[in-house]
Write a protein that binds this ligand. Structure first.
Ligand SMILES: Nc1ncnc2c1ncn2[C@@H]1O[C@H](COP(=O)(O)OP(=O)(O)O)[C@@H](O)[C@H]1O
Ligand SMILES: [Mg+2]
Length: 449
């Protein structure tokens, strides 16, 4: 690929976003050039296809790990080079594959090849945290412990996002960039945590933009004085280097997660009222974060022809729930999986489940690809539309903060980094109709940037 193209497509957009001193921009430039240049030329100028990322989420115990493992196995059997990564602290992938993993195994936390075309990895969060975030957290601890530190800064830093999630994103981004695998299957922690996980890129971007800038300014002013007068710990260069390094490694992961040609979420649910509720909420939040849900997997259905007096109430409950699921998730494809005759562990059972789950569908395919976000233009006026099923208007809160739009629903908050056509415009009226939140943007240029 010619260098000009790399520069235009890759480097410029990256560098444009930096409001940092020149020497940092230069550093950035070389890093980015190194990273992308290396990866692009490695393939002798031939661009390979983009990897596919499939995220499994759902309430605890519904069958996420099993469904993720079955999906990965089916993909691998098709000849796709596949990795299934568990980002749940309570790992159970190895159990699903029936692998004895020695706790002292040197491969712990790393990817392990378990079959033709198939790798699995149970990320060792603690170790990774120390590795990638050690410097930063040391400084944060010192900083927060020091009295008299600027309150605002301490406050900003205190809300530092869950680094566990960042660790998993690091891997996803790494595998994505390296194109090591055709398919990356992610087995998530139960809903709440997996939502935190997918909201991480936008939180982190916000964090880095805000705190980085704030802190730099602060440093510029206070460093010379502080050095003489106080014993406030000052960050070592290694702190900035660690943050910078982390940022570089994460850079672009939000685009990857929000790219509907690459990433989709499969929600696993059971046909029970409480589980369906949670699935419904999860679905809404995934929409809020702009992720495409491409299938709902209804797991553990009792076989229709099961004639059992003891289970008859269960069977009719499931039937009712299933109708509701059909209604609320339409048109997203439903995949129904019965309760199998035994627990789903080991290759044979996983393959069986996979075959039932996908029938004649390609497990790696995008089963649905309509994005919950869209921008519409009408006579020079723009509207941002976000599909947010299952909410009422008094539940949604809209704010602007530092030139970004903030949508708050319950305890979830999404910083929406507006598409270029919208930044610089003032957000106006918001309306909610047919599950679509529409925010109009007026033509006039506001103080909105
Ligand atoms: N369709 C199914 N039929 C029978 N057992 C299942 C089915 N789906 C999952 N299981 C079993 O249910 C248990 C929990 O599944 P798991 O995938 O670990 O749930 P989660 O990851 O959502 O917590 C496992 O023992 C698994 O083998
Ligand atoms: Mg699990």
């Amino acid at each position: 690929m010619d260098r000009n193209l790399i520069f235009r497509r890759v480097l410029l957009p990256q560098i444009r976003n930096i409001e940092e001193p020149e020497e940092w921009q230069h550093f950035y430039y070389t890093q980015v050039l190194y990273y992308y240049g290396y990866n692009m030329y490695r393939e002798d100028g031939v661009e390979t296809n983009k990897p596919r990322i499939i995220i499994f989420s759902g309430k605890g115990g519904v069958g996420k790990t099993t469904a993720a493992a079955a999906t990965a196995l089916c993909c691998a059997r098709q000849g796709l080079k596949t990795i299934v990564i568990s980002v749940d602290i309570a790992h159970s992938l190895a159990d699903a594959f029936q692998r004895e993993i020695d706790l002292h195994d040197r491969n712990r936390g790393k990817s392990v090849r378990i079959a033709d075309n198939l790798w699995m990895q149970e990320v060792d969060i603690q170790e990774e945290l120390e590795k990638h975030w050690g410097e930063v957290s040391k400084y944060l601890a010192a900083l927060l412990g020091a009295s008299g530190m600027a309150d605002t800064l301490a406050e900003e830093l205190a809300i530092i996002p869950g680094m566990e999630d960042v660790v998993s994103l690091l891997y996803i981004n790494q595998y994505y960039r390296e194109k090591t695998f055709d398919v990356i299957v992610v087995d998530c922690a139960p809903t709440g945590e997996s939502l935190r996980f997918v909201s991480m890129p936008s939180t982190l971007e916000w964090y880095i933009k805000k705190v980085f800038k704030l802190e730099r300014n602060l440093m510029r002013v206070t460093r010379p004085i502080a050095k003489k007068l106080t014993d406030i710990p000052l960050p070592e260069d290694s702190y900035f280097a660690a943050l910078q390094d982390l940022f570089l490694k994460l850079d672009g992961v939000d685009d990857v997660l929000l790219d509907r040609d690459i990433t989709s979420v499969r929600l696993v649910t059971n046909a029970e009222k409480m589980v369906v509720r949670e699935t419904q909420r999860a679905f809404m939040y995934f929409c809020l974060y702009g992720l495409v849900v491409d299938a709902i997997i209804v797991n553990r259905l009792f076989p229709r022809d099961l004639q059992d007096d003891y289970f008859k109430d269960w069977i009719s409950t499931q039937q009712r729930s299933l109708e509701e699921i059909n209604r609320i998730f339409d048109p997203i494809p439903l995949r129904k999986v019965p309760m199998l005759q035994d627990e789903v562990v080991g290759t044979d059972m996983l393959l069986k489940m996979g075959q039932i789950m996908y029938e004649n569908l390609d497990p790696a395919a995008l089963l649905y690809r309509e994005s919950p976000y869209s921008v519409e233009q009408n006579n020079g006026n723009y509207a941002l539309k976000i599909k947010l099923p299952f909410i009422t208007k008094d539940y949604v809160d809209l704010m602007t903060e530092d030139g970004n739009l903030v949508v708050r629903i319950g305890s979830f908050k999404r910083h929406v980094f507006l598409p270029r056509v919208l930044s610089g415009r003032k957000p106006g009226r918001a309306s909610l109709e047919d599950n679509v939140l529409t925010i109009s943007f007026s033509q006039e240029q506001g103080d909105y940037e």
